[in-house]
Design a protein. Structure first.
Length: 246
């Protein structure tokens, strides 16, 4: 039987690339997004891959138990959960410039939604042998960098997004501890600077010769963490398959 993976934000960008890479490794991928992935899943199936789709809004946690029931009925377990979806709507906003609604919305979608989705799917992850959870974070939410008053990225502020990525990293270590005895590994990753809809001209200048990664290049570390063997790490933060500070 194929391993079952659920990827949020699968409609485009890193989520779509992650879904494709997992299908290429013979996973069945449940492509979940606030936008319908029906056509995409059909296209993958026509190419011989195994895919299904799920309409999932991370701000609507009330539907998470029903989603867990659906997956339980269809597959009986979940081997991989990739919390990839996020929004970035506050580029350039310092904390005092953020309005409350924006702050709450970003935390809801980027941290609280993934936390509650993980919680709802935990029984199914426990039913799989050696399940893996990957939280897609960002180095802009790296506390080591954020707390460095001399950091070159000091002025690159998106306060709500940064707080949400610190938060999803907290989700990682908290679930990693709780689920270790069940053989479940939970890690965070930063994909690096990736050419996707999330990016805009407002992004930091990464240097004259830098080019953004393609979504497939950016998805590599998430897929590596999703397919770790039993000797692999847990409770870590990785970029380019390399551990980085929190
Ligand atoms: N791109 C980068 O350079 C970069 C760098 C570091 C980290 N990351 C992280 O990588 C992940 C993927 O980023 P990306 O660049 O691929 O983003 P993207 O191209 O904007 O794709 C994100 C997907 O998530 C969906 N989404 C938004 N709100 C949602 C919700 N409430 N529920 C479910 N799905 C929702 C989006 O739908 P809509 O289009 O309708 O909003 C979109 O399809 C994010 O966690 C991001 O923070 C990206």
């Amino acid at each position: 039987m194929k391993k079952i993976a659920l990827v949020t934000g699968a409609y485009q960008g890193l989520g779509l690339a992650t879904s494709a890479l997992l299908m290429e490794q013979d996973y069945h991928v449940i492509m979940a997004d606030v936008q319908s992935c029906s056509t995409l899943a059909n296209q993958f199936r026509r190419q011989g891959y195994s895919a299904s789709h799920l309409k999932l809004d991370l701000a609507m946690s009330s539907i998470f138990p029903a989603i867990a029931n659906l997956i339980d009925e269809q597959f009986g377990q979940l081997d991989v959960l990739i919390n990839n979806a996020a929004i970035l709507v506050d580029m350039g906003s310092h904390p005092s410039q953020l309005d409350e609604d924006t702050y709450r919305r970003v935390l809801e979608i980027n941290q609280i939604g993934p936390f509650l989705l993980t919680k709802a799917l935990t029984p199914l992850l426990k039913k799989a042998k050696h399940a893996r959870i990957v939280n897609v974070s960002s180095q802009v939410g790296q506390l080591a960098q954020l707390s460095d008053m001399n950091s070159p990225l000091k002025e690159d502020i998106c306060a709500a997004y940064q707080a949400s990525k610190v938060g999803i990293n907290a989700n990682t270590v908290l679930f990693a501890k709780e689920l270790e005895s069940h053989g479940i590994k939970v890690n965070s990753c930063c994909p690096g600077w990736v050419d996707s809809a999330m990016n805009s001209d407002d992004l930091p200048d990464y240097g004259d010769n830098a080019r953004p990664k393609t979504p497939r290049e950016g998805a590599d570390t998430a897929v590596w963490l999703a397919t770790l063997n039993e000797d692999g790490p847990t409770a870590g933060f990785f970029t380019d398959r390399t551990r980085i500070d929190w």
